[in-house]
Design a protein around this ligand. Sequence first.
Ligand SMILES: NC(=O)C1=CN([C@@H]2O[C@H](COP(=O)(O)OP(=O)(O)OC[C@H]3O[C@@H](n4cnc5c(N)ncnc54)[C@H](OP(=O)(O)O)[C@@H]3O)[C@@H](O)[C@H]2O)C=CC1
Ligand SMILES: O=C(O)CCC(=O)C(=O)O
Ligand SMILES: [Mg+2]
Length: 740
Amino acid sequence: MAKIYYTKTDEAPALATLSFLPIVKSFTETAHIAIETKDISLASRICAMFPEYLEKDQQIPDDLAILGELAKTPEANIIKLPNISASIPQLKEAIEELQKKGYNLPNYPDEPKTDEEKTIKAKYDKIKGSAVNPVLREGNSDRRAPKAVKNYAKKHPHTMGEWSSDSKTHVASMSHGDFKSNEKSLTMSNADDIRIELVGNNGETIILKDKITLQKEEVIDATVMSKKALVDFLTKEIADARKEGLLLSLHFKATMMKVSDPIIFGHALKVYFADLFQTYGETFEKLGIDPNDGLETLLDKIGKLPADQHKEIEQAIAKNIENGPDLAMVNSEKGITNLHVPSDVIIDASMPAMIRNSGKMWDKNGKLKDTKAIIPDSSYSDIYQATIDFCKEHGAFDPTTMGTVPNVGLMAQKAEEYGSHDKTFEIPKAGTARVVSISTGKTLMEHQVEQGDIWRMCQVKDAPVQDWVKLAVSRARATNIPAVFWLDKDRAHDAELIKKVNRYLKDHDTDGLDIRILSPLEATKFTLKRIKEGKDTISVSGNVLRDYLTDLFPILEVGTSAKMLSIVPLMNGGGLFETGAGGSAPKHVEQFLEEGHLRWDSLGEFLALAVSLEFFGEKNNNKKAQVIADALDKATEKFLENDKSPSRKVNELDTRGSHFYLALYWAEQLALQDQDGDLKATFSKVFGELSSNEAKIAQELIDAQGSPVNIGGYYLPDAEMASNAMRPSETLNNILSSIS
Ligand SMILES: NC(=O)C1=CN([C@@H]2O[C@H](COP(=O)(O)OP(=O)(O)OC[C@H]3O[C@@H](n4cnc5c(N)ncnc54)[C@H](OP(=O)(O)O)[C@@H]3O)[C@@H](O)[C@H]2O)C=CC1
Ligand SMILES: O=C(O)CCC(=O)C(=O)O
Ligand SMILES: [Mg+2]
């Protein structure tokens, strides 16, 4: 039977689902739409990987693998909520919580010695970082702010920090030796198998990857970041931040770039704490401290030392921080710096948040301060510098007048950098890293490398590129707004893509459309100028810029990327509907546990559900599904008009209250419509009950706030406790369960 698959994930979105999904189910059952939940939370992904360590009743199926297969079929209809992309510290926390709950899972072996440990580590490494999205994203991405959302922002603009022309905030990137400057690229003229090897200067060859099967017309590229150039760059910039009195902030994507970026982060930590590592390097090594895991893990591990030594090192750390430039803070109250956890500052969200905040970040005293934003690789960093320059010249953007920038992103089949982690290596010794054709023995690309350099290869297949060009043209046609391919002819990889774009554009009717190819820097300038004039521009970008731009523009335009419509038309005909373009907002869980108020905005979920229902209706010829989808769209518009999004403050409407209002308006629209008599009859009654109890339900949902909440866990909350916490209105629950 056809179904809609709804994902259960982590943190704030998972909590929100506990309140929203019961509403969805009771509404959609009336139209014979089956909704099945698939659990892809971090805790469940861990358990699914280690059945042999678990009791029978703890073993669970690998729902992610099941969904991954489903995504390749025309029947797929998946609603995907944001999930945790776990850093090593998060992964370890989750394992520990599960172990405490009686799951006999193995520890994460930092330095595996036995074969068993190596297998365990390999399994955990598959769960680490961004491990869900690449499996499900069998299509390219179409993200945009719906008209109703844009209109809402115009009517109720979010706050925007003012910009001053003498702001000292800037982006610092490497000028040589980085991934951008060393990139080589080519398009395969035939299908072939290749291997990646390192020929040491001593003549010994190490096979880094024994075989990768490439398709005809696949674009591959290889590049390297020099450790020496990176360390020199970090040393210089950290000193400069101190000299200029700027905050030091680092912006990476340690989640999606799960091999390279933690290493880069580790170098930043070592350079910032150079004196500390100089003095205590050996002690740290003995304690098994990996700088790539961040300062928090380091602080934890030195706790194992005898008290006097522990104190001495803590003092040395404090002194080092005192002497260094001030660090940008993730949480000033709790003393959590930018260097604590590699996954705490994620560039797609952190740079736009900074730009929205007058180009400032928080210092240790909770004060906003100009910052040096370190983005080591220069491939994409100039888009942020250009945006900063624009704000310095023109002031902050105005949400009440600014245009919009939808994105069409190349993403399918692990495209480009975000699919590179199985081909990324920290080079063990000096030599030549090369990509070799197995059939001919010919070297396709090679780099001279030093020990510690980070070398990587990326791939993008031809079919996804063709699909991406098609999607771009169809969005340009549907909206009649200019579409810009953000590609740089002077970058090796982009030059290959430009050839393809020019070729595949000819397959479509582009008559009358404004389609251009501009370098990311030129595209930023072009787009920002238009945005300021209230004009819209489609960005058509590769995978990394898809990620960056779909936080940057939404955060400036509508305050958060949670309000985005985010569709992935799957290449084999199915649909993946992502709920917004942001993450799992751990800060929101913290607030919920402390004061019983959840401020997670589910708007992205409402939008995704409506398109999923519409898709379901079309695929299964289910007219009721279409009626329910139309009603949901209208309800969402009214929801926005009446401003029923969660407030940030306790004892005001929160996520749960916002869900109630959505249900109220949804029922109202179903009662008002005339296409389906059964639905009209059912929901006239439901609407009557919900509206006559509005004040009572709203009060019950406020009464549930104001004190700490216990949900029995973080990564694996107790199902009943969490559900009770998220469904505190008995009146609402009774009305929902009476719908049939
Ligand atoms: N698709 C996916 O699965 C994605 C997953 N992630 C993962 O999410 C985690 C957190 O990432 P992070 O970079 O902090 O990004 P988030 O998007 O989770 O959070 C950044 C900030 O954006 C605001 N925000 C985001 N979503 C909402 C929402 N629905 N309602 C209201 N405000 C919202 C919040 O700001 P405020 O403080 O103002 O409330 C939040 O603190 C990581 O594990 C990351 O890997 C990240 C991106 C996408
Ligand atoms: O998969 C992830 O870790 C994050 C995804 C993301 O940020 C995005 O797709 O915009
Ligand atoms: Mg993103």
